[in-house]
Design a binder for this molecule. Structure first.
Ligand code: CDP
Length: 205
């Protein structure tokens, strides 16, 4: 079974998806880590973005291992965030990474998180959630997490939102049948409980 969690940066997807996977005993898939790892390879090695994506050998568990190297921390810098969002507009990059994601989701139980899981990667997912929060709250969370300046985070976030929502291929939007959940003012536990009960209900019937 697949639980798809999509939404913009800072909506709380990673924390919520990880905790939901733990609550349900499912495996967690961070699809953004794949875009980030492909972007890191590109920044370091140059060449064509599509080649970085096609050649990427990636294992996204507790640690992110890309082409044999632990890049868990290296893929979280603002430079990689920006580059990931940029290469994510490339159709060939998307096709290569979507294929890797689909191969993983084919068997087993997953909580998969990203921008296009419910719309493109796994439209047949039993549970689809679109997580949102106000732009202010999202920027505040991200600035706390990165210990960064709020204004800079807000500016980077607005740029990435526009890029993710405005791109031609797989723009960020709620999937058909997705439940929209605004996490502003909700605790992580409340959001996780809500999604876990949707998954349990889907499993029963
Ligand atoms: O954690 P955060 O929401 O900041 O970003 P992420 O999920 O790690 O994704 C980084 C970038 O990859 C996003 O800005 C998107 O442009 C892109 N992405 C995507 O296009 N499709 C996905 N399924 C996941 C990420």
């Amino acid at each position: 079974m697949v639980v798809a969690i999509d939404g913009p940066a800072g909506a709380g997807k990673s924390t919520v998806a990880r905790a939901t996977a733990r609550a349900l005993g499912f495996t967690y898939l961070d699809s953004g880590a794949m875009y980030r790892a492909a972007a890191l390879t590109l920044l370091e090695e140059g060449g064509a973005a599509s080649e970085s994506a096609e050649r990427l050998q990636i294992d996204v568990g507790e640690r992110v291992i890309a082409n044999g190297r632990d890049v868990t921390e290296a893929i979280r810098t603002p430079e990689v965030s920006e580059a990931a969002s940029r290469i994510a507009t490339n159709e060939k990059v998307r096709a290569a990474l979507v294929a890797k994601q689909r191969a993983l989701l084919e068997s087993g139980d997953w909580v998969a998180e990203g921008r296009d899981i419910g719309t493109v990667v796994a439209p047949e997912a039993e549970v689809k959630v679109f997580l949102t929060a106000s732009p202010e709250e999202r920027a505040r969370r991200r600035a706390d997490e990165l210990r960064a300046d709020l204004e800079t985070v807000q500016r980077d976030q607005a740029l990435r939102d526009a890029q993710d929502e405005g791109r031609e291929h797989s723009p960020l939007r709620p999937a058909a049948g997705a439940i929209e959940l605004d996490t502003s003012g909700l605790s992580v536990e409340q959001v996780v409980e809500r999604i876990a009960s949707l998954a349990r209900a889907a499993r029963m019937g």
